[in-house]
Design a protein. Structure first.
Length: 145
C-alpha cells in the first residue's frame, strides 16, 4: 500500500480526530452549564450579537441546516435559555432571542475559552498561528468546494 493511502496520513482523518478530541474537552465544562457543544455554539452566536436572530441567519452562521438546528433550538427553549418570537415586521420570520437565563449564562461561560486553551498545551503565539493556518486552509478548501 502506498504511503498516501494510509489512514493516519490523511488530512481529513487528522482533522476528524482533532475535532472529536477538542469537542470532548468541552463536555465537562458545558455540562456545568447544562449545554451540549452544539448548543454552546448557538449561545456563542447569540451572545455575540446580543439581539434576536433569525433561524435562517443562525443556520448560515453555524453552517447547519434547519432540520438540525430546529430540534436543537426546541431543547434550548425547553431549558429556558432562548425563546422563539415572531418578527413584528414579517410574521413569517421566526427570531431566536436570549432569555434572562440565557444572558446570565454568558457570565458563567466566560472562563471556558481560557480553560480550553490551557488544555491545548500551546503558547498564545502557537494558538494564533494555528488559527491563522486553519483559517487559510478553510478558505482554500471553500474555494474548491
Amino acid at each position: 500500500m502506498s504511503e498516501h493511502l494510509k489512514l493516519n496520513n490523511q488530512l481529513c482523518f487528522r482533522i476528524y480526530k482533532l475535532n472529536k478530541s477538542v469537542t470532548k474537552l468541552y463536555v465537562p465544562l458545558l455540562k456545568k452549564l447544562s449545554l451540549t457543544y452544539p448548543q454552546y455554539l448557538v449561545m456563542l452566536a447569540l451572545w455575540e450579537v446580543n439581539q434576536p436572530v433569525s433561524i435562517k441567519k443562525l443556520c448560515i452562521q453555524l453552517e447547519l441546516d434547519t432540520g438540525t438546528l430546529s430540534p436543537l433550538l426546541k431543547r434550548m427553549e425547553a431549558l429556558a435559555f432562548i425563546k422563539r418570537v415572531r418578527s413584528t415586521k414579517d410574521e413569517r420570520l421566526v427570531l431566536i432571542e436570549l432569555t434572562a437565563k440565557g444572558k446570565h449564562l454568558k457570565k458563567e461561560a466566560e472562563l471556558i475559552p481560557a480553560q480550553l486553551f490551557c488544555s491545548t498545551g500551546l503558547t498564545k503565539e502557537e494558538l494564533v498561528m494555528l488559527q491563522q493556518s486553519l483559517d487559510s486552509l478553510l478558505n482554500n478548501v471553500k474555494l474548491h468546494s
